[in-house]
Design a protein around this ligand. Structure first.
Ligand code: RB5
Length: 150
């Protein structure tokens, strides 16, 4: 299935709100369909209130890929990674965004809204969406993330 025929899930707190707004706009312009889980303004909110619904939906297979943001990208990533079928990677440059796909088969990209500019963020989004998982030796490693959980 072509990436653009799938719906991408996005969510942020206030720390990532303006970046999410920009990325939603760019994704739609590029032909992607988007499900925006909020937040919908720059007013102060708690990131788990918005990241949990997105991560739960990805965990259940309702969306294949998600993009999440908060001020540092860490709270969002930590929340999303509570779900066994979610692999969220925090990225701050394009090489990181490629690597979370190639080596970790990440299905969620977490961005630090207060630490990278919009152009850098968009470049990471493109890398995340366009880079395939390499498979091979990385498959068993990714499988072990859940298999070895005690
Ligand atoms: C909100 O001020 C900030 O703490 C939040 O966006 C995020 O960085 C948490 O990890």
């Amino acid at each position: 299935m072509d990436e653009k025929s799938k719906v991408l899930a996005l969510a942020s707190d206030h720390g990532g709100y303006w970046m999410k707004d920009f990325i939603v706009h760019k994704l739609k312009e590029a032909g992607y369909e988007v499900k925006d889980f909020g937040t919908y303004s720059g007013e102060s909110v708690d990131y788990p209130d918005f990241i949990h619904p997105l991560a739960n939906a990805i965990n259940k297979g309702e969306y294949e890929k998600g993009i999440i943001m908060c001020g540092s990208g860490n709270g969002a990533q930590m929340t999303a990674n509570k779900y066994p079928n979610v692999r969220a990677g925090l990225c701050w440059n394009v090489e990181q965004a490629r690597l979370i796909r190639m080596h970790n088969n990440a299905n969620v990209l977490s961005l630090p809204g207060r630490f990278v500019n919009f152009t850098e963020a968009w470049n990471m989004v493109e890398a995340f969406l366009q880079t395939p998982f390499e498979g091979g030796r990385h498959s068993s490693r990714v499988d072990k993330i859940s298999q070895l959980l005690k």
